[in-house]
Design a protein around this ligand. Sequence first.
Ligand code: 13P
Length: 249
Amino acid sequence: MRKPIIAGNWKMNKTRDESLQFIYAVKDRVASADTVESVICAPFPYLRCLVKRQGASLRIGAQNMHFESEGAYTGEIAPQMLSSIGVSYVVLGHSERREMFNETDEAINKKVHVSFSNGLIPIICVGESLEDREAGQTNQIVEAQTVKALEGLTKEQAKQVVIAYEPIWAIGTGRTATAEQANETIGYIRSVIERLFGSEVSEAVRIQYGGSVNPNNIKELMAQEHIDGALVGGASLDPQSFLALVNYQ
Ligand code: 13P
């Protein structure tokens, strides 16, 4: 049985005060960590103060990091900087980073490897554009991204990754993929992982759906066979809405 994982991706939102108000409002009201993993992926400046107040059942993630451990990379954040302040997860390869910051599959694969050497669990984003979907290329795109992101991992590592399937056309648009569409593509990603690492790994890997998830559609999405969680942008910013998402059961 895969444990569901619901993660909020705040993107570049909130002041420090707003992030503190949020954590105090939710930390003791999120679902028990025995039933659901609840994660907030916050901007870098707030990570430490959120970790300090995360409580028993909430964990904190970053939204990106560099793959090098130190050096002359002005403005970048190294993996051990995150692990040393108690961050548990890191979102890698979000489509906004692939598109606006030219992140390549190669760089994402390096980041996946160093996340494991630093005790961080990667949440790896994959997903097709509207153009890809309309051209019938969805499976090819998510397959290529998944294969490259997981290249060189051991089975033990591969089992622990979290994949977020986020169709680009559904992000921030209010246009959610239907639960069936999301399940179909996520099932395909699972079959790719089975081919790469075998069924023990593919049955263990958690695959989230992301793209206009909200408290009204979470239940239907989570009822699908292959959907093990959600990566949520806009609807994760409000404490009550975040609580409704993680307490969807
Ligand atoms: P929205 O939930 O705002 O569509 O964003 C999805 C997303 O990109 C999460 O990483």
